[in-house]
Design a protein around this ligand. Structure first.
Ligand code: KIV
Ligand code: ZN
Length: 515
């Protein structure tokens, strides 16, 4: 491998999915995996095969589908996990098992309840077992950011001897500062005698907002793989964001002197796809993919940019895919223009029926909205990507009104397990009235934890994308929906969340389960 090349390892489908409520179905994961492959991501961590039968099937389906990227499954350093990962990865053109064990004193003592030497023995056993089944094995020292350097040197040397090709150094709890983390990488590379036999990787969490800075400092010190996620999705405050890493490497190539394979023009469409599927909106001022990331409000800035773009812009919006968000289709566009454009955006259909069904929804949208943008197309296919979700509740009809006088009222007609029910309620606003009306017949017992509305494109005919997060008995789900009418989108998003709440996905969490 060229030593200036940084391997981009995307873990949106594994660590990203560990965000509360970010669970994805198999077909949603497949859509994201295809988009990551199109973007030239080197390694896609498709999931944790042992977590549940659904996760196993998702990793397997991605291994069957993706050809150009390496497909990876996480596994604890346990025989059963490793075998399950290997089984799911069998169809992959290029597969990787990523096995890990905690190495910090606090994790070894309180979580694993193991002595350091036992941890090394288990790590070596796991790497060898994985290597017996697949060539490409990655080993991670969980909580490396709080581990002792001497111990890291010992366990990593042993893991490389056992056959690990990639050594990952996670800052699992996002505790490190950039200069400190960079020094750790530097020391490991200098002190471990067989360090040249493996690629060193980093995996930084964002608890102090330093995940990207720590990852870049690691690269400066010799790391050549970065683990990251689209939109920085991930446990707690998330992981290092792929788009920020890739654009920092590209924009400051003068200082960093490394490159990635990523097709940066696909960054914005992929960000939108992930945001829509997970129901996690992107904050407007988010670097690279936020709606305001390239907009100049101040007169002085606008004047400067018009005279010479580089006065205030260090990157070009079109280089990260913003220009792709142009008017692409309209009322008269045909099925093949529709499917071709979606294919260019990384979305393909599993069957002719799925394409026909999406095309019918496109025609309905085109009747309401004269200009259809890429973002509209992505929202449209997301709305029905969920073929594994139970359809217990369906919206049949809705009427809701706002008034400066009196109480807003809503009437909702719902199909609940095949039976039509009509509900009415007042509320603080039309959306509140709708949610109350729905609850008056559904009685879900859920708490509304988050409600968000985002305009997908500019203009008052833009589709509004609504996110609804519901919680019940520790379960968290994110429903989402888009419509040119945000009141209707709100009702659909609420119903989507209720359906997700009824799906009983039970998964093991890789980092909290007993070893
Ligand atoms: O944050 C972490 O330590 C992880 C490992 C499993 C790589 O996600
Ligand atoms: Zn992590």
């Amino acid at each position: 491998m060229n030593n200036n090349q940084v391997i981009i390892f995307d873990t949106t489908l594994r660590d990203g999915e560990q965000s509360p409520g970010a669970s994805m179905t198999r077909s949603e994961k497949l859509q994201i995996a295809r988009a990551l492959e199109r973007m030239n991501v080197d390694v896609i961590e498709a999931g944790f095969a042992m977590a549940s039968p659904g996760d196993f099937e998702a990793v397997k389906a991605i291994a069957e589908t993706v050809k150009a990227s390496t497909v990876c499954s996480l596994s604890r350093a346990l025989d059963a996990d490793i075998d399950r990962a290997a089984e799911a990865l069998k169809p992959a053109v290029s597969g990787r098992i990523h096995t890990f064990i905690a190495t910090s004193p606090i994790h070894m003592k309180h979580k694993l309840r193991m002595e350091p030497d036992q941890v090394i023995a288990q790590a070596v056993h796991a790497v060898k077992r994985a290597r017996n089944q697949i060539d490409d094995v990655e080993f991670s020292c969980e909580d490396a950011g709080r581990s002792e350097l001497d111990f890291l040197c010992r366990i990593i040397e042993a893991a490389i001897d056992a056959g690990a090709r990639t050594i990952n150094i996670p800052d699992t709890v996002g505790y490190n500062l950039p200069h400190q983390f960079g020094k750790t990488i530097n020391q490991l590379l200098q002190r471990i005698p067989n360090a040249d036999k493996a690629v060193f990787s980093v995996h930084c969490h964002n608890d102090l907002g330093l995940a990207v800075a720590n990852s870049l400092q690691a690269v400066v010190n010799g790391a050549r793989q970065i683990e990251c996620t689209i939109n920085g999705l991930g446990e707690r405050a998330g992981n290092a964001s792929l788009e920020e890493i890739v654009m920092a490497i590209r924009t400051r190539n003068d200082l960093l002197n490394v490159e990635t394979n990523i097709d940066t023009q696909l960054i914005v469409p992929t960000s939108r796809l992930v945001s829509g599927i997970t129901g996690f909106p992107v904050q407007p001022n988010k670097a690279i993919v936020g709606a305001n990331a390239f907009s100049h409000e101040s007169g002085i800035h606008q004047d400067g940019v018009l005279k010479h773009r580089e006065t205030y812009e260090i990157m070009r919006a079109e280089d990260v895919g913003w220009q792709n968000n142009k008017m692409v289709l309209g009322k008269l566009s045909g099925r093949s223009a529709f499917s071709n454009r979606l294919e260019e955006l990384g979305v393909t259909f599993d069957s002719r029926e799925a394409l026909n069904e999406a095309f019918a929804r496109f025609k309905t949208l085109a009747d309401k909205k004269s200009e259809i943008f890429d973002a509209d197309l992505l929202a449209l296919v997301r709305a029905k990507s969920n073929d594994e979700m139970p359809d217990e509740y369906r919206l049949l009809h809705l009427e809701a009104g706002s008034s400066t006088e009196g109480t807003p009222e809503a009437t909702v007609s719902l199909e609940i397990n095949g039976i039509t029910q009509i509900a009415r309620s007042g509320g603080d606003g039309p959306v509140d009235a709708i949610f109350k009306a729905i609850e008056s017949v559904v009685h879900s017992g859920a708490t509304l934890a988050l409600y968000s509305v985002n305009a997908i494109t500019g203009g008052t005919d833009s589709q509004g994308e609504v996110g609804v997060r519901l919680t019940r008995d520790g379960k968290v789900v994110n429903g989402s929906a888009a419509d040119t009418d945000i009141v209707i989108a709100s009702a659909k998003a609420y119903i989507n969340a209720l359906n997700l709440l009824e799906s009983d996905i039970v998964k093991a969490h890789p980092q909290v389960s007993e070893v």
